[in-house]
Design a protein around this ligand. Sequence first.
Ligand code: PMP
Length: 405
Amino acid sequence: LPDFNVDGVRKDFPALQQHVNGKTLVWLDNAATTHKPQSVIDATSRFYSRDNSNIHRAAHTLAARSTELFEGGREKVRQFLGAADAKEIVFVRGTTEAINLVAQSWGHQNIGQGDEILVSQLEHHANIVPWQILASQVGANLRVIPINDRGELLIEELPRLLNERTKIVSVTQVSNALGTVNPVQEIIAMAHSRGIPVLVDGAQSTPHLPINVQALDADFFVFSGHKVFGPTGIGALYGKSHLLEAMPPWQGGGHMIKDVSFERTVYNAPPEKFEAGTPDIAGVVGLGAAIDYMFELGIPALAAYEHSLLEYAEEALRSVHGVRQIGTASDKASVFGFVVPGIPNERIAKHLDQQGIAVRAGHHCAMPAVRHFGVEGTIRPSLAFYNNRADVDALIHALHQIVRR
Ligand code: PMP
């Protein structure tokens, strides 16, 4: 494995130190959510113990501190995504809320009767349902980029799928169900050559890959804090300035206005225009600490380490009799899903839990992707940079036991 001090890293995560069902916890459910380093827990705790105040609203010391921390967090997200300007970063509850915001704000302004929204078969339900809701509101249609039996997008279908009715392409960078890394740069280039903007769902790429929205030329990019070692309830929407400026607000309330009378309201400029109400200030502080932590480790370094651990895990999995791997794309991150024909997923997950091993069993909120393989669900171990070979070995050992029985 590449030079990466995983033993040192593991000590930073208190949740990994616990025992579950009498065994040391083996956390392989990172695609669902990640654990938090002590620095994130401390930053959040420090905020509530000392700096807690609403932001922007009062001219007192704690309000100034709180505002500075909040805007400092925005700057950290800007760096994390490689955006040009912190004004392009809108804080939201997470990936789901970010996509709903774009669908309802940008979507209502730009998508109408008979228009098409292009997603892929690999999407999480969070990148399907908000578009279906919009489509049913305005009379638009959802089209889908299909996948092959390895779980890779058939991008050779794109020229056929992109047409004068296509108003937006919304695709995930990494599949949460299969681990496929999609060629989003290529998809964006093809969409842009036809003048079509692209939203990239970065929920599963941000924990595993270096991101640069400018290099990608993504129009919108969304992710969740809790999947990048930060708190739940916070995430971000990146949008190119000219797009955010032209978009109508989604929710109304305090903070997003410049002036209100009963006759008319003047909205704030982005990002405030899209941040109605008191935001999750502590969440932003925690997310900022999580980004600091990832930058300190070095995202290319953690990505390289994790990638080699994934190769190790996939090879070990092939040694288990009767296992059918689901998702064998040539470019993957984190996820190595499988089924064992004849043994229900729930039974496997339960046995693993008894060994202190946490994996997800089910459809992973990506039913169309999973059903492509003729199954209703899979067992989905998913790695983060704090996992090690011992975690993988524990899983494989337990699987050998189950299969032998
Ligand atoms: N998209 C993808 C690819 C995901 O993996 C997830 C989370 N499983 C989401 C969207 C939704 O994220 P959240 O629940 O944090 O809003």
